[in-house]
Design a binder for this molecule. Sequence first.
Ligand code: FES
Length: 114
Amino acid sequence: MPTITAQGKTFECQLGANLRQALLDYDVDLYSPRANYVNCMGIGTCGTCAVSIEGKVSEVNWRDRTRRSLPPHQPHAARRLACQTQVLGDIRVTKYTGFWGHEDRIAWKPEGFV
Ligand code: FES
């Protein structure tokens, strides 16, 4: 089973698990505080579940690519939408600041808060 390391927690998930659901299941703060209450619940339209990922995950799908092509996201930033990503191996996840997690400052790293 793949291992996810995020916000100081390390836990296992099923191969192919949805990254958003896995993070929420383990109480990882996937969303910024306000986005925690205002998000699309994983259908790939709000863009607030953006994270950077080290490790093996699914290819970028059209929802992920399309949403991250729109401001305030930068299409070439190394981010993924957790709700549109399947876990295919051991991964490490980093979250950035901003309502959409789109800024350059790190909110939390795999090892925990900065
Ligand atoms: S939860 Fe809205 S795009 Fe992922």
